[in-house]
Design a protein. Structure first.
Length: 159
């Protein structure tokens, strides 16, 4: 690794938990340091949440045009709640290094891509593409190593 490593930083091998060069950096307490790919993914997830909200709210406003919430508008409100819940939960736990959250986000992204093919508005397209980019970052080598190292760290601290 050519990145600057702060003093007191060690490296933990994500496969066996032992120290070694070229592995996931860990803070002095032994917790693996989150790579920039995971932080970037988190930022993209927040952007996707914003675009999703704008896209669905725009559609609700256009559907209702002052008549109150219609049945279709209510469906979009529920969809907004589900999108926010799934993305928010996944984002929070991804940031903490939980592998299951990465899998949840991957499944959610796959479903979102299918809705992309059904003809959504421009803001929803942006949200879906941002979601795809966030998911892809979580499968890059530094991210994969981080999730493995965090899993090992949790196992070591609970035993």
């Amino acid at each position: 690794m050519s990145e600057h490593v702060p003093p007191g930083t060690s490296y933990i091998n994500p496969y066996n938990g032992r120290s070694g060069a070229g592995q996931v950096p860990a803070a002095a307490g032994g917790t693996p340091i989150r790579p920039k790919q995971v932080d970037s993914s988190f930022g993209l997830l927040l952007g996707s949440l914003s675009l999703t909200a704008l896209g669905i709210l725009t559609r609700i406003i256009l559907l209702n045009a002052g008549d109150g919430v219609t049945g279709e508008g209510a469906v979009w409100l529920v969809t907004l709640g589900i999108c926010f819940a799934v993305t928010s939960v996944a984002a929070g736990f991804i940031r903490k290094g939980h592998h299951w959250a990465r899998i949840l986000l991957t499944a959610y992204t796959a479903v979102s891509v299918l809705t992309f093919l059904t003809g959504t508005n421009l803001l929803s397209w942006g949200a879906i593409l941002t979601l795809v980019a966030a998911t892809v970052l979580l499968y890059w080598a530094p991210s994969r190593a981080y999730f493995k190292a965090m899993d090992q760290h949790r196992r070591n601290t609970t035993s």
